[in-house]
Design a protein around this ligand. Structure first.
Ligand SMILES: [Zn+2]
Length: 137
């Protein structure tokens, strides 16, 4: 029986293509509005603060703080069911944007606490890499 694969983005994906391209080189990109200076994440065609389409790409250093998390203990999808339990989190990146991600490498779920420092890591795939986070030492 074939191994069940993780669902991944399908391309072409006009609004997020540049984001996913950058993941191949382990770069986490976000957008900054050239009109109002607002940070935009996840990637979009327009600024979520002022609706301008004049956005530029910046690269995150991948350091941040755990804003909140949840421990997933049930999932109907076979790929995710095999990972149970796993941790989905909101991370506040030091550059000022917040992203939903997976926290990996958690040996003891009682280690988790809001406010802890986390850093970027990558889950490797053939066409894209997925940004995940680990607790900082
Ligand atoms: Zn703006």
């Amino acid at each position: 029986m074939a191994e069940i694969e993780r669902p991944l983005p399908r391309f072409p994906e006009p609004d997020t293509q540049a984001f996913w391209e950058a993941t191949k080189g382990h770069t986490l990109r976000y957008q900054v509005c050239n009109q109002c200076g607002g940070l935009v994440f996840f990637p979009r065609r327009h600024c979520t603060h002022c609706t301008s389409v004049d956005l530029r790409w910046e690269s995150s250093k991948g350091e941040g703080t755990l804003y909140t998390y949840t421990i997933i203990r049930q999932n109907g999808h076979p790929y995710f069911r095999a990972k149970l339990p796993y941790v989905i989190a909101y991370v506040d990146l030091d550059e000022g944007f917040r992203m939903m991600t997976e926290l990996v490498g958690i040996d003891d779920l009682s280690q988790l606490d809001c406010g802890k420092r986390v850093h970027l890591d990558w889950e490797e795939h053939e066409e894209v890499n997925l940004p995940v986070f680990r607790l900082a030492e």
